[in-house]
Write a protein that binds this ligand. Sequence first.
Ligand SMILES: NC(=O)c1ccc[n+]([C@@H]2O[C@H](COP(=O)([O-])OP(=O)(O)OC[C@H]3O[C@@H](n4cnc5c(N)ncnc54)[C@H](OP(=O)(O)O)[C@@H]3O)[C@@H](O)[C@H]2O)c1
Length: 342
Amino acid sequence: MTSGIRVAVYGAYGHTGRFVVAELQERGFVPVLSGRDADKLKALAAETGLEARPASVGDPASLDGMSAGTAAVINCAGPFAATAAPLIETALRVGIPYVDVAAEIEAVADTFAQFADRARESDALIVPAMAFFGGLGDLLITTAMGDWTAADEAHIAYGLSSWHPTAGTRAAGAVSRERRDGRGVRYRNGRLEYHQDDLPTLEWPFPAPMGPRAVIGEFTMADVVTVPSHLSIPDVRTYMAADAARDIAAPDTPAPVAADRFGRSGQTFLVDAVVRSGTRERRAVAGGRDIYAVTAPLAVEALDRILTGRTKATGVASAGEIFDAPDFLRALSPHITLEQRP
Ligand SMILES: NC(=O)c1ccc[n+]([C@@H]2O[C@H](COP(=O)([O-])OP(=O)(O)OC[C@H]3O[C@@H](n4cnc5c(N)ncnc54)[C@H](OP(=O)(O)O)[C@@H]3O)[C@@H](O)[C@H]2O)c1
């Protein structure tokens, strides 16, 4: 039973944080609202009737105070280059699991590199990128793999109808671009590599009803860290619908606007995940609405499974490694539709 269990949400008043708070409440958890801005927290506390505990990543004592009496922490405050390490240090110190929604490739890779040993030694659970990018793709690839233990290639094509980014997405993108010094990044031959090549445009055969659509190849997302963290696949590639890539590149694309009673925007997605081994191919496809909103059921389902012992690993682990991937995805219906082929 998870009812009444307190969960700290850092970045609670952000766009994604609010969806996570609502999903936790929906499932009977008691969110403890946290973040660096006391006024924004106070406003959210007044709106929700929940407790607010301001805390700053530069002040470990405040983060310990945020975590006191909670069973876990979900970090929704990005750029994660700034927030992940201090919050993971707190989770390890206090002895609670940590889940974040990072999409930044380098920040997720840093979480594995910096904390894998310590987390394993202390039997802790740290789950980065437990979100639309990084988490869902990993769950789909793991599902598609079925009984395969290795594959030659993994491809994840993101069929987003549009992409109206939040301020947090733009800030995270800016931090990642700066870290890459103008270069692109991709995963080839079993490692991340940086390059100066132009990104190709190609047609991706999305299943009906979307059908074939122009995508940008090597539009690399956090799945290139999460998938190879536990699956033996030397070549992992991600693709983005060309229209959505144009949206996110344009400086004047507006932030998402609520279009239903859950606060979801009108954006829809189809994520087509394919694994290839020799001439054989397996596929898992997910559909749904609003990549920010759907991050909440992904993160909260993860938390629920962690707190009820439905996990397969300890240490720093991605969604596909730590959970029963097909079971996890089926549990997310109706937020996510799942189709497997063959
Ligand atoms: N992997 C995915 O699929 C996925 C999905 C959703 C979101 N995300 C990521 O989650 C992050 C938040 O996105 P969002 O849509 O919620 O954006 P948002 O609405 O702009 O919220 C950003 C949140 O992060 C906080 N924050 C930023 N820098 C901070 C710092 N140094 N210390 C403490 N708090 C800080 C902000 O607090 P202030 O208002 O006080 O600045 C705010 O609460 C982004 O990095 C985004 O890329 C990833």
